[in-house]
Design a protein around this ligand. Structure first.
Ligand SMILES: [Ca+2]
Ligand SMILES: [Ca+2]
Ligand SMILES: [Ca+2]
Ligand SMILES: [Ca+2]
Length: 509
């Protein structure tokens, strides 16, 4: 049996006192000649919203001198530690070091984090099906088979952990599964290039998964938008400043090496869930190495906020690969859009605010190293970049190729023909596309004379030297390291160098 000597030393003095009391009582009981003996009293059941539980030490009486406490969980004197969701029975054993006599007591540690769990067998595999609202913390372990059903909300103060290498399947049960981090909640999804985190449809196992089967990842933060407080699409929560809480440096956690497949469930007009929805997300959040694969709506959509996104791949997104509105002003580097031909709209669709092109703060991101590869899906409308509805922003080192309609288009408001805000932004240098290439697009530059006439931009009939989206150009490139310290330096146009394919291994083609 393990003996914690420090514990024994620390507590033996106290229990000398208890022993003295016991001796006192024993004088009354001596008549029946029964030895007092060692006994242990456990605390009441411990209920915790967190899986990290501090468990009280039991009280001991009747020891003749020093004694040793152990438990069945940690095999030490203290059973505090990490507990699984649900009830775990803790049994403490106390041993009198002098007499060798033992006594035990038990109680439950109950971790109730708000989620509910059930088992479901599909084929030969048993899945843990998770539903509900997380109010404490929970970890999707890589060793388990997971199903999510309906919206999994992560409330203010709660933390959702996802281990590297974990796959989470969206159930095919009539619900709309999604994961929605609420303001003040956190997601800690730290995959690796060799053990990415994958969130996909359960139909993937049958090889029949397609776009629009679930709702992807939604993050709501406290950062500024130009609509004030907003409500996320699909009933996924409230975002932006709430009056007393407003934080452009807000931290909603970490998303690294995470692939979201077959998301984008369409719930109604303008009510569509993307692969990744960043709603008022703050710049304290880390997002890098992320792929949206074959969603029926946008791959990545930003509703205001300041979050920065590095190393992002949008593959086969049936609406826009990247889409921003409501005042997003983060940074972006190494962005790939790869339309797959079934359907697709814009590589980048950029708005300030469709109802008020002058709403403040403006959408005003700083972006470098983008490769947008289009496809003619037959509707003739696929466009590389459509910059409109008052957006500002600066985009450098972009390759835009293969879009049958327009390469880069600047347009004003669809609803307000009098608005010239977007064009004004271009003319006064607050909307910039520079050091970029429009190659093999229907109309290379549409209503964008400032960009078209910029000597750092290049217009080509076709894009040689590109293998899929891999390949860069050094002529007329700008080193983004000179823009801001957040950017990785390097003087080339495009997102993926052939000598350093950061998409290899963890993305799905
Ligand atoms: Ca969308
Ligand atoms: Ca869109
Ligand atoms: Ca949009
Ligand atoms: Ca299209």
């Amino acid at each position: 049996m393990f003996t914690n000597n420090n514990f024994v030393t620390k507590w033996s003095g106290v229990f000398l006192f208890l022993t003295f009391l016991a001796v006192g009582f024993s004088s009354c009981e001596k008549e029946d000649d029964t030895p007092m003996g060692i006994s242990v009293n456990c605390p009441a059941d411990v209920v915790s919203a967190s899986s990290n539980v501090t468990v009280p030490i039991p009280t001991v009486s009747g020891a003749s001198g020093n004694f040793t406490i152990t438990n069945n969980i940690t095999n030490t004197s203290d059973a505090s530690g990490s507990y699984a969701t649900g009830a775990t029975t803790v049994t403490y054993t106390v041993t009198d070091d002098t007499t060798g006599e033992t006594a035990t007591c038990s109680f439950d540690v109950i971790v109730d984090n708000g989620l509910t769990f059930s088992q479901e067998t599909i084929g030969a595999t048993t899945y843990q099906k998770v539903e509900g609202t997380l109010t404490g913390d929970f970890t999707f372990a890589a060793t388990e088979n997971w199903l999510i059903s309906g919206g999994i909300f992560v409330n203010n103060g709660a933390t959702l952990n996802i281990e590297a290498g974990t796959t989470i399947y969206a159930a095919d049960d009539g619900t709309t599964p999604f994961i929605a981090i609420q303001r003040g909640g956190k997601i800690m999804a730290n995959g690796t290039s060799t053990a990415p985190i994958v969130l996909t449809s359960i139909k993937e196992l049958d090889g029949i998964a397609g776009p629009g089967e679930w709702g992807g990842i939604v993050i709501n933060g406290y950062a500024t938008t130009n609509i004030g407080e907003g409500v996320g699409e699909g009933g996924t929560g409230t975002y932006g400043c709430d009056g007393s809480n407003c934080d452009d440096a807000d931290n909603s956690g970490t998303i690294r090496y995470v692939r979201v497949e077959y998301a984008g469930k369409i719930l109604g007009t303008d009510n569509e869930l993307n692969g990744f929805s960043f709603n008022g997300v703050g710049s304290g959040t880390t997002v890098e190495y992320v792929q949206a694969y074959r969603g029926s709506d946008d791959g990545f959509e930003f509703f205001g906020g300041t979050v920065n996104v590095k190393y992002a791949v949008s593959t086969g997104s049936e609406d826009d690969s990247f889409d921003w509105t409501f005042g997003w002003s983060g940074k972006g580097q190494f962005w790939v859009a790869n339309q797959l031909g079934v359907a697709g709209d814009r590589g980048i669709e950029a708005d300030n605010n469709g109802d008020d092109n002058t709403a403040s703060p403006f959408s005003n991101p700083l972006i470098s190293n983008v490769t947008l590869v289009g496809f003619d899906d037959g509707d003739g409308s696929n466009t590389g970049m459509r910059l409109r509805e008052g957006t500002k922003g600066k985009i450098y080192n972009a390759i835009v190729t293969g879009f049958p309609n327009n390469g880069i288009r600047v347009s004003n408001s669809e609803d307000n023909a009098a608005s010239t805000v977007t064009t004004d932004n271009m003319n006064n240098g607050e909307l910039v596309v520079a050091n970029s290439v429009s190659a093999g697009n229907g109309t290379p530059w549409k209503d964008a004379p400032v960009f078209e006439n910029d000597p750092t931009n290049t217009t080509l009939a076709g894009m040689g030297g590109l293998s899929g989206y891999v390949g860069t150009i050094s002529e007329n490139a700008k080193d983004p390291g000179t823009l801001d310290g957040w950017f990785s330096p390097g003087t080339y146009i495009g997102a993926v160098r052939s000598t350093q394919d950061w998409t290899a291994g963890w993305t799905k083609q």
